[in-house]
Design a protein around this ligand. Structure first.
Ligand code: PEP
Ligand code: MG
Length: 331
């Protein structure tokens, strides 16, 4: 079986009915790079940059960040690397950020997940965002790059981030520094019900959308993604979450903007037919999941996936939804 999965690496991720599905990898640590290369992923759909800050003694400056981003972009060759700017705040605290005076509100806020997190923290401390944009823009001279903004809930957050982005780009150009040309596309993560319900409006301000179902599930169901007590309630297949995903895909289609999904469910081959049936053409997952998901893509027909998604969207019961997925798998 390993050999068979290894062989899949060179095969295309085209459905039995002909549609091409983009399968990319999530990267959380640079050590995963060789795994990604072996997986047959068509690039990186989500490079989480939190690792640069987590156990850092001091904040990584532009040069340190550039080195890491550039090495990943170079390793991916002609495949794109989607770099997400820092998603910090909430319960994730960093000593280095605190010491540098960029502290979130995790200490004093009773609901840190609802506080100064992601793009909110970056806009509170724009110097962090400027440094990160500069490092990413320089790395984009090495190969195709996209930039993602985390935890967006307002168009104005995108507008402000874009102003900063373009200002940093102008400054680098003026100094004669080589940067990506044209500028890398700027996208927004859709991770809250508010963002999902207004995705069509948000899509007008960005070049692409990425659905983060890990947080979208948490915020839609008011269930902590990390709590053992409520683990049984944390269900990305809850009809409400599926309705959100479906709505975001439709919104992106209306605005003619690409949309991908990069939460954990993107790497679950049992769920792949449903996601494709909901209209997704791009999934980003943990590298080790790529071969099995590709296998499902290659053996499925779009029409069947579409029918499956229609039936599942009409269901209200999670157990029945799982039964339908199981039945599809065995058929
Ligand atoms: C998500 O929320 O689904 C996501 C991909 O981002 P993270 O897991 O890093 O919060
Ligand atoms: Mg998230």
């Amino acid at each position: 079986e390993r050999q068979q999965l290894g062989r899949l690496k060179r095969l295309s991720s085209r459905m039995a009915s002909g549609e091409k599905i983009q399968l990319q990898a999530n990267l959380e640590l640079p050590a995963e790079l060789p795994l990604i290369a072996q997986s047959g992923a068509a690039g990186i759909g989500l490079l989480r940059t939190e690792f640069l800050f987590i156990n850092a003694e001091k904040l990584p400056d532009e040069a340190a960040q550039y080195e890491i981003y550039a090495s990943v972009v170079a390793a991916m060759g002609s495949d794109p690397t989607t770099i997400r700017v820092l998603d910090w705040g909430g319960e994730k605290q960093s000593e280095a950020l605190n010491r540098a005076g960029f502290s979130g509100d995790g200490e004093d806020n009773e609901n840190p997940a609802l506080g100064l997190r992601g793009i909110r923290l970056l806009l509170r401390y724009p110097a962090l965002l400027e440094t990160q944009f500069a490092a990413i823009l320089r790395a984009a001279a090495k190969g195709p790059v996209q930039i993602l903004l985390p935890m967006v809930t307002l168009a104005s957050e995108i507008e402000t981030a874009r102003e900063i982005y373009e200002r940093v780009a102008r400054r680098l150009k003026r100094k004669g520094v080589g940067i990506g040309d044209p500028l890398p596309p700027l996208g927004a993560m859709i991770e809250t019900p508010g963002a999902a319900l207004t995705a069509e409006a948000l899509a007008r301000y960005v070049d692409f959308l990425a659905i983060g179902t890990n947080d979208l599930t948490m915020y839609t169901l008011a269930t902590d993604r990390a709590s053992a007590e409520t683990a049984s309630l944390y269900d990305p297949l809850h009809p409400a979450v599926l309705m959100m995903i479906s709505g975001v895909v439709t919104a992106a289609l209306h605005e003619r903007k690409p949309v991908s999904l990069c939460g954990e469910i993107a790497g679950d081959p049992r769920i792949t037919p449903l996601l494709i049936g909901l209209g997704l053409r791009s999934l980003s997952m943990t590298a080790s999941a790529v071969p099995r998901v590709k296998q499902v893509v290659r053996s499925s027909r779009y029409e069947d996936c579409h029918m499956l998604a229609r039936r599942i969207l009409a269901e209200t019961d999670g157990t029945e939804i799982r039964r339908l997925l199981e039945e599809f798998r065995e058929a």
